[in-house]
Design a protein around this ligand. Structure first.
Ligand code: SF4
Ligand code: MSK
Length: 669
């Protein structure tokens, strides 16, 4: 395949070229080597769910129309879809389960180094679980909240507690369709059962179970992960940071943290600043210890601590190819086995830490709730000891872009930013949507993959198109990391926004593209949508809001689970790939048309970005028309003067400011 090294992401391309010259295999090489990939698999028509198969169904009628058991294209494609969603739900939810265990261990004083940080959120979650707080110690409350969260995975009766956070009308839609999620593990198990040979063979029934399973993710396991992480590590607030491969330091011990759960990375962050470790680093001639993140661990660390983000999923091998990494420590999800091979070409040590995710041939230092700090120190020490082994003649850190970012736009932050500390509310956001300055809100989330070369960066193009059309963009996951790397998440980027959105961003001091976290944090977007409905003026259900969800370069099963819980929550959701069920037109039609009548949201799979942008804008305008808010009338802009009046306590959080600086900044205003 002809290589095109011209393009926007110069840093990744430079490192890919270096890898090629050094004979180091990349995921791009392996993608090339896989071509042509199985056409049946790509369109959802290859079934290997029993030993009579694998069975392929030919969508063009030139081959078999059915599998050996008689399963037709619709059944086979729908089964695949359900299994994708179940696998994604399992991944996010197992992450959530680990956080619940950690919360309990922390509350019992068994998890050295961890603490309960956000007591306000602890009380909010306690109220949701009906855990009494009156006169009780924080630890007692936290332990019971952790137990209640754990029970959500296997409860014998009832439905997910967090589903109660959805607007009442949304809950009624789910009840009517009987898709309100029950125990999380039950939905995943039932998905596997239904999709085995000889069970559910009605594609609509299968897709509806995918609806219920995905809700067990978005309003279950993923939401548990996010909310409990906030309790333990703090709810993110606006914070400045930097992003891109240029964050790797020439003269410090570099440690990459990669994966998803903050349990490991939080402790490595603390250990890297231990005076004993800093002294050891100095002793080997390093100026310090530098941590940088990859993938969603990067998003978590950037949001909570301003720790630099080196790159997103498809940049993991390039970061190692700088030759300047002393150690890469990983936990779960989106970690390429190919990393080990790239590391082996340099002095880099690769260390796995989760009992669920070992890599053959890689050093394993298991981190659990009880030993995390000691083990994190062991990892940091390995990196320090490895610093003298760095071959400086082979180090190449791209000198190009290292972008500034402002991150930490949780649903709480959005509320505070627009409404002030004591009047925190979605009213100003809703008002600005109603007056048309903001036409709508779009979540642009999800993966990056090695299908697209680094010079193909569709997220930037689409996001810029949306903000130019006065659509506020909220991002998570690797899509967020991609735009962060491109310098799009700073207030200055408002110059690319349309006039209305720019006015609002100027008044509030926020970027037009908001970083809301990692891939489990899409649950934050669900809560924001619920808050917008509850605030009033934009209809009575999420499906009435002028909003949409987008993932352009989906790779992991988690992205399909996220997409489907957005759809089942009433959101129009667009993926920039071909449908994974495109070999079964009935299933495709059900997903992209008929489902809307049932759940209010629907899918579109649209690889053409221009067409996608038009679909989104048309959808938002259609929703605005239905709400009757496209009538031309002058509404008062929520401007700086209004904000001064609202900021009665002078302590609003202001984007671009560290929380501690907010007071000072506000007073100066
Ligand atoms: Fe073939 Fe049916 Fe077995 Fe699938 S379940 S492999 S379609 S026989
Ligand atoms: S890491 S799931 S590539 S967002 Fe969450 Fe990125 Fe997708 Fe992995």
């Amino acid at each position: 395949m002809a290589r095109n090294y011209e393009g926007a992401d110069r840093e990744s391309l430079e490192l890919l070229k270096k890898m090629e010259e050094g004979g180091i295999e990349s995921s791009y090489d392996r993608y090339d080597a896989q071509q042509p990939q199985c056409g049946f698999g790509k369109i959802g028509l290859c079934c290997r769910h029993c030993q009579m198969g694998p069975c392929n169904v030919d969508p063009f009628g030139r081959g078999p129309k059915k599998g050996v058991c008689g399963a037709d294209a619709n059944t086979i494609a729908a089964r695949h879809f359900v299994r994708y969603v179940a696998a994604g739900t399992a991944a996010h939810s197992d992450h959530g389960r680990s956080v619940a265990h950690l919360l309990i261990a922390t509350a019992r004083g068994e998890a050295k180094g961890y603490k309960i940080t956000d007591i306000k959120k602890l009380h909010e979650v306690a109220a949701l679980f009906e855990v009494s707080t009156e006169g009780r110690k924080v630890e007692e409350i936290a332990e019971e909240v952790g137990e209640m969260a754990l029970a959500e995975f296997g409860k014998a009766y009832g439905t997910q507690a967090f589903a109660k956070k959805a607007p009442i009308n949304r809950q009624k839609v789910w009840e009517k369709l009987d898709v309100t999620p029950r125990a999380i593990d039950r939905e995943v198990t039932e998905s596997m059962h239904r999709t085995g040979m000889g069970t559910d063979q009605d594609y609509k029934n299968l897709i509806l179970h995918a609806c219920r399973t995905s809700l067990a993710d978005g309003w279950g396991g993923a939401m548990i992960a996010t909310e409990l992480q906030d309790i333990l590590f703090g709810t993110p607030k606006p914070k400045r940071g930097t992003a891109n491969l240029g964050v790797i330091r020439e003269d410090e011990v570099n440690i990459l943290v990669h994966g998803h759960e903050p349990q490991m990375s939080e402790m490595v962050a603390v250990a890297s600043q231990d005076p004993e470790m800093l002294k050891a680093a100095e002793a080997v001639g390093a100026k310090g210890i530098s941590l940088a993140g990859i993938c969603c661990t990067a998003n978590e660390m950037l949001m909570r601590h301003g720790i630099p983000l080196a790159g997103h999923m498809k940049m993991q091998e390039m970061a190692l190819a700088t030759g300047a990494i002393e150690a890469i420590t990983v936990d779960i999800q989106c970690v390429m086995q190919g990393d080990e091979e790239v590391a082996s070409h340099f002095h880099t040590k690769m260390i796995t830490t989760s009992p669920k995710a070992k890599i053959a041939g890689t050093q394993h230092i298991e981190i659990n709730d009880e030993n995390a700090y000691e083990k994190a120190k062991e990892i940091v020490k390995i990196a320090i000891d490895n610093y003298p082994n760095r071959d400086r003649s082979r180090v190449y850190i791209p000198k190009g872009k290292k972008s500034d970012v402002v991150v930490g736009f949780t649903h709480e932050t959005i509320k505070y930013m627009l409404g002030g500390t004591y009047r925190a509310s979605y009213r100003p956001l809703n008002d600005n949507i109603m007056n048309g300055r903001i036409r709508g809100v779009v979540g642009v989330v999800g993966c990056t993959s090695s299908i697209l070369w680094p010079d193909q960066m569709p997220y930037m193009d689409l996001v810029n198109e949306l903000i130019a059309n006065n659509i506020l963009v909220v991002q998570t996951g690797c899509a967020a990391a991609e735009c962060a790397r491109e310098g799009m998440m700073v207030p200055e980027h408002m110059k690319n926004a349309g006039e209305g959105l720019r006015e609002v961003c100027e008044a509030v001091g926020m970027p037009p593209v908001l970083h809301a976290g990692s891939c489990v944090d899409n649950s934050r977007i669900l809560i924001s949508c619920s808050e917008m409905v509850k605030e009033g003026g934009l209809g009575n259900d999420i499906s009435e809001l002028p909003v949409a969800g987008v993932c352009l370069d989906w790779m992991h099963e988690k992205a399909l689970a996220i997409g489907h819980y957005f759809v089942t929550s009433g959101v129009y959701t667009l993926f920039g790939t071909k449908s994974p069920a495109s070999g079964a037109p009935d299933v495709d039609k059900f997903l992209s048309e008929e489902l809307e009548e049932l759940v209010g949201g629907k899918w579109s799979f649209e690889p053409d970005l221009k067409v996608m942008a038009k679909l989104i804008i048309d959808h938002i305008e259609k929703k605005r028309d239905a709400l009757g808010i496209n009538v031309k009338k002058e509404r008062k802009l929520y401007d700086m003067e209004d904000r001064r009046q609202l900021a009665v306590d002078g302590s609003d959080v202001h984007a671009g400011c560290e929380p501690g600086l907010a007071h000072e900044h506000r007073k100066k205003d």
